[in-house]
Design a protein around this ligand. Structure first.
Ligand code: HEM
Length: 364
């Protein structure tokens, strides 16, 4: 008995017979509609693979202790997600070969179906850790609720419900990342060490002082230009220094969660600041890869909005949202706000607080 055939292995008979649309018969469809269906299905397949890769990355990150040599595994899975997203961003150009008039020829029969009901997209958002308050509502309803209300009664609807139930019971990538960042040794001190809280606070204080010194130099040079209102400029720098401290001490967070978030943010800042240390080089690549995933995710949303504007202008979407405005608002939410915020406060290597316990991080 020889091995399997290509077509059997890939189930091509099934794969190539599910593009019939509402009619269930692709011979009745115009080629523009076949194109529309296939582009959507290809996206859904990429969503499926990204979900798998994100779960792999999350599982590694969620381990109570991650051996140094396992960090590249996390990066490997996240890089695949980033590359898929890059391709997915490019794929909008294929969608755009559908002209506005071509789309109008079959658009009405789709309503109220909409990409808004892509349960795999919601799964991606939940799995990565998007907080509901960081995404716009859909009319009066929370987006996931909307899917659940319409799901019963079809095989795909039941599948949507199962997927949503499962992902909500899981740990998000964001929470796993935070758990890992929380354990970052800061100036050689780890969470279980005696005096760790003081060590973290001391690092935050030293960092704020270094930040103020660096800002002071910039302020002085700007004042020499004599083009800025001196008081307004000083105030701007003062506000930015206070915001830096507020961010590191997690003052935006309810009091009971502050100490933990402070350690997470300080750990993140430590990794970014002392990234040349051997022990921190992979963690820094990991953080950067998460940023890349989110950047590509945002670009996907932006590109979807521009494609939509080009194809249907600013009219109401088939799902009844404000269309492009809604999509642009959705593109503003961030899943990993800390990873972006920390970039505003980084300092050049020669302005950083002196490193303590360098040998701990692999420097003799
Ligand atoms: C001609 C092509 C397309 C147009 C004009 C279009 C338009 C829109 C509009 C107006 C919305 C807002 C919700 C609504 O009122 O319907 C939306 C949402 C959405 N669309 Fe598309 N879309 C197109 C193709 C696609 C494709 C190929 C995908 C791939 C899966 C997709 C995925 C989504 C997703 C995931 C949402 C929800 C976004 C969110 O809530 O953040 N769309 N689309």
């Amino acid at each position: 008995m020889s091995g399997p055939n290509y077509w059997d292995y890939l189930k091509l008979d099934q794969l190539l017979s599910i593009q019939g649309g509402i009619e269930g018969d692709e011979r009745q469809l115009m080629s523009d509609e076949l194109h529309f269906i296939i582009v959507h299905q290809v996206y859904e397949l990429w969503f499926k693979l990204m979900l798998r890769e994100l779960r792999e990355a999350r599982d590694h990150l969620a381990e109570p202790e991650i051996a140094e040599e396992h960090v590249p595994h996390v990066v490997h899975h996240l890089r695949r997600v980033a590359e898929i997203l890059k391709l997915a961003v490019q794929q909008w150009a294929v969608m755009e070969t559908l002209t506005p008039q071509d789309f109008l020829a079959f658009r009405d029969k789709l309503a109220p179906a909409s990409g808004f009901q892509s349960f795999q997209m919601r799964e991606l958002e939940i799995l990565m850790g998007l907080k509901p308050e960081n995404r716009p509502r859909y009319g009066n309803v929370e987006p996931v609720r909307h899917i659940e209300e319409r799901a019963p009664g079809s095989a795909a609807g039941d599948m949507a419900q199962r997927h949503l139930d499962a992902v909500r019971a899981e740990m998000s990538l964001r929470d796993a990342l935070h758990g890992w960042l929380f354990r970052t040794p800061i100036q050689g001190s780890s969470p279980d060490d005696a005096g760790d809280e003081e060590a973290v606070l001391e690092f935050v204080n030293q960092y704020e002082a270094a930040y103020r010194t660096s800002q002071g130099k910039q302020e002085k040079r700007l004042l020499e230009l004599r083009v800025h209102d001196a008081d307004a400029l000083r105030k701007r720098f003062e506000v930015s220094a206070q915001e830096t401290r507020g961010f590191l001490l997690a003052q935006d967070e309810p009091e009971d969660g502050r100490a933990r978030l402070t350690r997470i943010r300080a750990g993140l800042l430590f990794i970014e600041s002392y990234r040349q240390l051997p022990l921190l080089s992979w963690p820094r690549v990991l953080v950067d890869t998460v940023v890349e995933v989110e950047e590509q995710f945002v670009l996907w949303r932006n590109r979807h909005a521009r494609m939509t504007e080009r194809t249907i202008g600013r009219r109401v979407g088939t799902g009844g949202s404000s269309g492009v405005d809604y999509l642009d608002r959705a593109a503003q939410g961030r899943i990993f706000p800390e990873l972006w915020a920390v970039r505003s406060i980084l300092l050049a290597a020669d302005s950083l607080p002196p490193l303590r316990n360098a040998e701990f991080y692999g420097f003799a």
